[in-house]
Design a protein around this ligand. Structure first.
Ligand SMILES: [Fe+2]
Ligand SMILES: [Fe+2]
Ligand SMILES: [Fe+2]
Ligand SMILES: [Fe+2]
Length: 455
């Protein structure tokens, strides 16, 4: 069987700012849970102010800001837990702290956030800080806390305090400068909801005093009412960026896709299979640079990430979608482009991913590009995407065998929708991968599992 030669270690020139990527990821994910909008940014803003007030070193400061930004990451991936996803939406009009309490049962989102981050290479160091952002007075949390280094404990306290204060402020509707009585109430609330070991560490580290001085800054109460202001402060004052490469970022997006499985198993499986096809097709080409090949892989992992924002009532609807539902569904290939497309190092990969529903005759979306306007990578992804979708069982359709899928693809080529050369690449790649026409989704997916092991 062919080995796909796209997963080696190459020297890439493009560096991606991890904080910028995290900031955009959270703003993107918060779109799916409107009551959380701006919350993570507010926590990161407060954590940054605390880090500055206490003169944290570059490394700890960066770690605290990143962990604060990502502290509620788990919320967006725990859809299956007791109908949590629907629960969060049902509470959309209620106060943030009520939402957090609903979500906080069993502290599922802290554990989920920890798990996701721990599986990435570049963000694993944030996992314990995220795990402890709602510290409780129980043995398990105390043991976790005590297992941390002194610096990590300080970081965990800074993140958890910032979260507690952000929730307390949100309840007061972010009024301009709370009165001294309101401030006393805020500190009282934070004190009552925090375990003793945590408060002891926080006061030893000077965090409580620093928090008092941070909360006496008038400009803070202007900034925290505006996502734009907080965003600007965070972007302009976060010190030296921590950069990662295209392959490392691909690893992060791959973990996100893995955990998408809890919400939409077919989307996660589909993304894996589309990537398998796209990588195999690209490696047949031989004309792309190694950097382009890596970006193509990233594009494929990214391509349906926008489905995180599509309500399940539309995404998993049994039966045909109404015109309104279709217009919602069609946003999925565009939303990730809006959030990540303006990051210079990601521009190309994100654009390629966003082109996967474009058709040669201009009838596709989101832009309705025509043949020559669609990049080659977009044409390859379009074929890989349709091939994978046809093989899958979805809530609204039966699965096809690979041979049946090829017939449908061929007719789309004849109708001038998909690129004939890319279709040829898929046939060649399938032969090399050992896929025969009778194979089903399950059998073809098994090849993916082998690729995973080899990676
Ligand atoms: Fe939380
Ligand atoms: Fe939170
Ligand atoms: Fe799609
Ligand atoms: Fe897709």
């Amino acid at each position: 069987m062919m080995t796909i030669k796209t997963q080696g270690k190459y020297a890439f020139t493009k560096e991606i700012d991890l904080l910028d990527f995290s900031r955009r990821s959270i703003r993107f994910l918060e779109m799916s849970v409107p009551p959380l909008s701006g919350h993570s940014l507010r926590v990161a803003y407060l954590a940054r102010a605390l880090a500055e007030a206490l003169g944290f070193g570059e490394g700890l400061s960066r770690r605290v800001i990143l962990a604060a930004l990502l502290h509620d990451l788990g919320i967006f991936f725990i859809y299956k837990v007791k109908g949590l996803y629907d629960e969060v939406h049902r509470l959309a009009q209620k106060e943030l702290d009520e939402v957090e309490e609903g979500v906080g049962s069993e502290l599922a989102h802290c554990v989920m956030g920890e798990r996701i981050l721990a599986e990435t290479k570049v963000m694993a160091h944030l996992a314990p800080l995220v795990r402890l952002h709602h510290p409780r007075d129980n043995e398990r949390d105390l043991a976790t806390f005590e297992s941390l280094s002194p610096e990590e404990r300080t970081g965990a306290c800074a993140v958890a305090l910032s979260d507690a204060v952000a929730r307390s402020l949100a309840k007061r509707r972010l009024e301009l400068m709370p009165s001294s009585a309101a401030l006393a109430e805020i500190f009282d609330e934070v004190g009552r909801s925090s375990p003793g070991y945590f408060l002891l560490q926080a006061s030893r580290d000077g965090l409580i005093e620093a928090l008092r001085s941070v909360l006496s800054q008038k400009s803070l109460f202007v900034d925290i009412r505006s996502e734009w202001y907080m965003d600007e402060v965070l972007r302009s004052r976060h010190g030296h960026p921590s950069s990662i490469g295209v392959e490392e970022l691909t690893g992060v997006v791959r973990v996100f896709v893995k955990y998408m499985e809890a919400r939409s198993p077919y989307t996660a499986h589909h993304t894996r299979l589309t990537t398998l096809f796209a990588q195999a097709m690209v490696s047949r080409l031989g004309s792309l640079s190694l950097e382009e090949v890596a970006e193509m892989t990233l594009a494929s992992w990214f391509h349906d990430l926008g489905k995180m924002l599509i309500p399940l009532s539309v995404l998993h609807k049994k039966g045909p979608l109404s015109p309104e539902e279709w217009s919602v569904m069609k946003e999925h290939s565009y939303s990730h482009y809006i959030f990540f497309g303006s990051m210079e190092p990601l521009k190309r990969a994100v654009f390629w991913g966003a082109c996967h529903h474009e058709k040669l005759d201009g009838s596709g979306y989101p832009w309705g590009l025509k043949g020559h306007q669609i990049p080659l990578a977009g044409k390859i992804l379009a074929v890989a995407d349709v091939a994978s979708a046809l093989l899958e069982e979805r809530p609204y359709k039966e699965p096809l065998s690979f041979g049946e899928a090829l017939k449908v693809l061929e007719s789309e080529v004849r109708r001038g929708l998909l690129d004939g050369n890319c279709f040829g690449l898929l046939r060649e790649a399938a032969t090399e991968l050992g896929i025969d026409e009778r194979m089903t989704f399950k059998e073809v997916s098994a090849l993916w599992a082998e690729e995973e092991k080899a990676a």
